[in-house]
Design a binder for this molecule. Structure first.
Ligand SMILES: [Zn+2]
Length: 227
């Protein structure tokens, strides 16, 4: 597989997803971007964390990271989900240690969920592959339509996701550690609501992972051009 990747890279050199510079065949981000992007890889607990045993995301949601994630979500650039999974994998691996969870994702509300584009599923599947972990995209279901979370206050977000999720395959999650994936982690209300459903269905612990998290970067070189 590796040799095919190398040969492919001769004809179609891989490029940095942030600045388009040609990169090593196994990379998705150039060293310059790695150094200047809003790194958020330290494990964290979101505001709404009562059901989560910790979360990981490689970046803060700002600057060029935000631009690429908008492409991933709205323009359906699936390859960006794979690239973010590669970038997230080392931090998630370090946070999990010896834990080998089942990977799942925040679901869409659609009658036939598997056929509808869900960036959280694209990211989760790619992250599971990268970490050599099992993935089940249909573990959770969303039971009704919800209002877009970004339009709501923190309190309204919580209310909006209350009892919104259910475990469709409890036999898979019972007694197991779960790695729950979403594209962007904001207050964590959605992740927490999913984690609550998983714990009620008998899961052991639930960890969260995303492409990026909202909040402030501790890194001065936060990806925005400084004046
Ligand atoms: Zn770059």
């Amino acid at each position: 597989m590796d040799i095919l990747k190398r040969i492919g890279a001769i004809f179609y050199p891989p490029r940095c997803i942030f600045c388009s510079r040609v990169v090593h065949y196994n990379e998705t981000c150039c060293p310059d971007c790695k150094a200047r992007l809003p790194q958020g890889s330290e494990p964290f607990f979101p505001e709404e964390n009562s059901c989560l045993s910790g979360c990981c995301a490689p970046f803060f949601y700002k600057g060029v990271v935000r631009e690429r994630l908008i492409s991933f979500k709205s323009v359906r650039h699936r390859e960006l989900g794979h690239a973010f999974a590669l970038l997230a994998a080392p931090g998630v691996k370090a946070a999990l240690g010896e834990t080998r969870p089942l990977v799942c994702c925040v679901p869409n509300f659609e009658p036939e969920q598997r056929r509808v584009y869900n960036p959280a599923r694209v990211f989760g599947r790619a992250l599971a592959k990268e970490l050599g972990l099992p993935f089940e995209g249909a573990l959770l279901i969303q039971t009704r339509k919800k209002q877009a979370q970004h339009m709501l206050s923190a309190r309204e977000r919580l209310h909006n996701v209350e009892d919104l999720f259910a475990v469709a395959l409890p036999e898979l999650s019972e007694g197991r550690d779960i790695l729950l994936c979403d594209d962007i982690i904001t207050t964590g209300a959605t992740l927490n609501a999913c984690a609550k459903a998983l714990l009620q269905a008998g899961a052991h612990r639930v960890f969260g992972a995303g492409c990026a998290r909202s909040g402030q970067s501790a890194n001065l070189h936060d990806g925005e051009k400084s004046g």
